[in-house]
Design a binder for this molecule. Sequence first.
Ligand SMILES: Nc1ncnc2c1ncn2[C@@H]1O[C@H](COP(=O)(O)OP(=O)(O)OP(=O)(O)O)[C@@H](O)[C@H]1O
Length: 273
Amino acid sequence: MTTADVAAPTAAKTALEVRDVSCAIGRRTILAGVDLEVRPGEVLGLVGANGSGKSTLLRALAGVRPAARGEVVLDGVPLSSMRSRERARRIAFVAQEEAAPADLLVVEMVALGRVPHLRASGGMDDESRAAVEEALRLVDLEHSAQQPLDRLSGGERRRAVIARGLAQGAPLLLLDEPTNHLDIRHQLDLMRLVRSLGKTVVVAIHDLDLAATFCDRIAVLHDGGVFACGTPDEVLVPHVLHDAFGVLATRVTHPLTGRTHLLFSHDEREQHP
Ligand SMILES: Nc1ncnc2c1ncn2[C@@H]1O[C@H](COP(=O)(O)OP(=O)(O)OP(=O)(O)O)[C@@H](O)[C@H]1O
């Protein structure tokens, strides 16, 4: 992936407000009374144990699964009052798992990101073609553009789906575990790319070290709500990590970079399998 020459941020900054949002699946409440502010141009990480509601919250932020209660407000406009085409121009959502026809070409998958921009006359204009090319280049897949998706590895397919989100050209990017399936180099490249875009980003991520390195702020989901929210140094602290994940965390300083990293171990006072 090429990140060294990513264009300087030009995207309009956009802000998101989550006001007293509750999300339910069937009769079960997954999240209750969530308040969260996503500031213009920041990268906000969503972390939490499996099942803590990260994907559920991202779907509510994307308007894919509207909140059962409360409001998500994008630049002062409630999502519930936006037409889906307008929403898709302003919010790009890359879900955790996406099914796509196996014989779809990579370039065709990425071009789907341009659908909200197509005119009634149909067809891709030069701007859309350029956006697709640029997105493929950013995720290092320009040489695989004409491959069917089922000929790609899991990590390459993941990058193709992320390229579709980039091609969409929306100022707000919602990413659900974008580094899943990626090798360590591509994980670092992708997170660096995400930071360099100048967009407002909300990213659900399991790797707390990546979150600490690349996110401006982190929200920890636990017990049906936002348990802690702040800078990585404020939030990724032993007592929060113990309560949210049930592990012991030790902060250590990298001997070369001086950055803080986290080491984890079981809390031996508890029963573990
Ligand atoms: N389609 C569904 N039907 C019923 N329950 C669901 C469904 N999708 C999610 N859930 C439940 O909602 C809760 C939150 O799930 P969600 O996927 O939002 O968590 P998550 O934090 O993203 O988890 P993970 O880290 O495992 O991806 C979980 O308990 C899950 O079992």
